[in-house]
Design a binder for this molecule. Structure first.
Ligand code: OAD
Ligand code: ZN
Length: 254
């Protein structure tokens, strides 16, 4: 199975990756729907909807600051690094992620589409103010603030992430769909494939004749349409897979 996957990747013309929370699990970031995942401890409707923010912004900020603290300590793992290397090798054309943790960027991937936003970006609920806390260098100070306010108009700032019931950033989604149409191979790593429209990506690849290779320790919503299912943790499988791709390219015989 892994040989087949390596061969498809090595011979691909337009490889993309579609990732979810599972790719960052080995970096110490909790997933959502696994045992012990975030949606077991928190109610989505209390922390990740526009209504929740209107009725209790403090609780929503508590949730996101908790996640900011976890994410800022996390480092890209072997799976993120393998994807960055595949991009440097010229094979991987884009990463489309549902994650907000910034780890693909930290690993070195340049062509990255973040469908659900980014934990380090905040925006005003009233005016056009937005800020990247990594760029402004204000992350530490921000984490100390009680309820963050817009420096331009004094309204509340909110995380620049997609909440349930909100549309995805349309330019990012359209770009992602176009990439999926072009892709001849798509690596799907660590997603339950339950949240749409993001989860359409592998379906679009398949409907346009591309191969879907899935990496996950458990079967997911995507597994029924995967051409190859590599059962296992993202870090282990991606390290192994990358080594096989390199061998395949070196031998030219695979
Ligand atoms: P989920 O928590 O729904 O799914 C995580 C997936 O990762 C599961 O299929 C696990 O089996 C798999 N997994 C766990 N550990 C893994 C490992 N070490 N290696 C590989 N896979 C592993 O997370 P997502 O599918 O990303 O949306 O969730 C999609 C969206 O739902 C999120 O972006 C978020 C969430 O609610 C919003 O907040 C809008
Ligand atoms: Zn403002």
């Amino acid at each position: 199975m892994i040989e087949e996957a390596a061969k498809l990747i090595a011979h691909s013309h337009f490889l993309i990756a579609f990732t979810g929370a599972g790719i960052s699990a080995e970096s110490g970031i909790p997933t959502f729907r696994d045992k012990g995942g975030l949606w077991e401890k928190y109610k989505v409707e209390e922390v990740a909807t526009p209504e929740a923010f209107r009725s209790n912004p403090r609780l929503v900020w508590e949730f996101y600051k908790m996640r900011m603290k976890i994410m800022k300590e996390a480092k890209p793992n072997r799976a993120h690094l393998a994807l960055a290397e595949l991009e440097r090798m010229g094979l991987l054309k884009a990463v489309i992620t549902q994650n907000i943790d910034n780890l693909h960027r930290e690993a070195g991937n340049k062509n990255l589409i973040e469908l659900h936003g980014n934990i380090y970006r905040v925006k005003c609920i009233n005016c056009d103010y937005s800020e990247d806390l990594l760029e402004s260098g204000r992350l530490e100070e921000f984490l100390e603030e009680d309820l963050p306010k817009c420096p331009k108009c004094d309204s509340l700032l909110r995380p620049d992430v997609v909440w349930f019931g909100e549309p995805l950033p349309q330019d990012a989604l359209q770009k992602a769909f176009k990439l999926a149409e072009r892709a001849d191979v798509c690596l799907v790593i660590g997603t339950s494939g339950r949240v749409f429209p993001a989860a359409y990506i592998p379906y679009i690849v398949r409907d346009n004749g591309g191969y879907v290779i899935e990496i996950n320790p458990k079967e997911s919503g995507i597994t029924p349409i995967a051409d190859i299912f590599l059962k296992g943790r993202a870090g282990d499988v991606m390290e192994h897979l990358l080594a096989k791709v390199k061998r395949c390219l070196k031998d030219k015989g695979c």
